[in-house]
Design a protein around this ligand. Structure first.
Ligand SMILES: [Zn+2]
Length: 161
């Protein structure tokens, strides 16, 4: 068995380790196994909540119409089965971060950097076959200042180019 799974299984036996709620687990189970593994490792070190796994047609249409999503059904990575995208927030969910509260806003970024690091490590170890694209850096150039649309809770799988 490969080292990262050892770490994950060892951590699962420690009672102080954060664990996903039933609701988070159900949403994560709708996602591709690569996303499941990334977040199974992340939860060992950083408490977080899974907000969305798969998203159906009605919900996607609603999100598109209110501007929360830029794409229509079935073009979101959340619309496939299994879902190729997951929305996750650090727990507790940062409050009033949209109202100019920079410190709360930064909690999303700090968490996302960690998630990307875990995914990169798993990819380098050959444990997952996709790379992770984050909604805070759509073009994956590691520059967060050239964004037109931030979706800081959004993580999706991509085939490496
Ligand atoms: Zn999303």
């Amino acid at each position: 068995m490969i080292a990262s799974r050892h770490i994950w299984l060892r951590a699962e036996r420690q009672s102080s380790v954060p664990n996903y709620s039933r609701s988070s687990k159900a949403k994560l189970n709708q996602c591709h196994p690569d996303l499941q593994l990334v977040f199974a490792v992340v939860i060992q070190s950083w408490d977080n909540t899974i907000l969305t796994g798969h998203r159906g047609k009605e919900e996607q249409t609603k999100k598109f119409l209110n501007g929360e999503s830029k794409v229509q059904w079935p073009n979101s990575k959340h619309n496939s089965t299994p879902s190729m995208a997951v929305d996750a927030s650090p727990w507790p969910i940062p409050k009033k971060w949209g109202k100019g509260n920079r410190n709360e806003y930064e909690k999303f970024r700090y968490f996302a950097f960690y998630v990307i690091g875990v995914a990169d490590t798993l990819y380098q170890a050959g444990e997952i076959s996709h790379v992770l694209r984050w909604g805070g850096d759509w073009d994956m150039d590691k520059d967060v200042t050239d964004q037109k649309f931030n979706d800081l809770i959004h993580f999706e799988l991509r085939k490496p180019t």
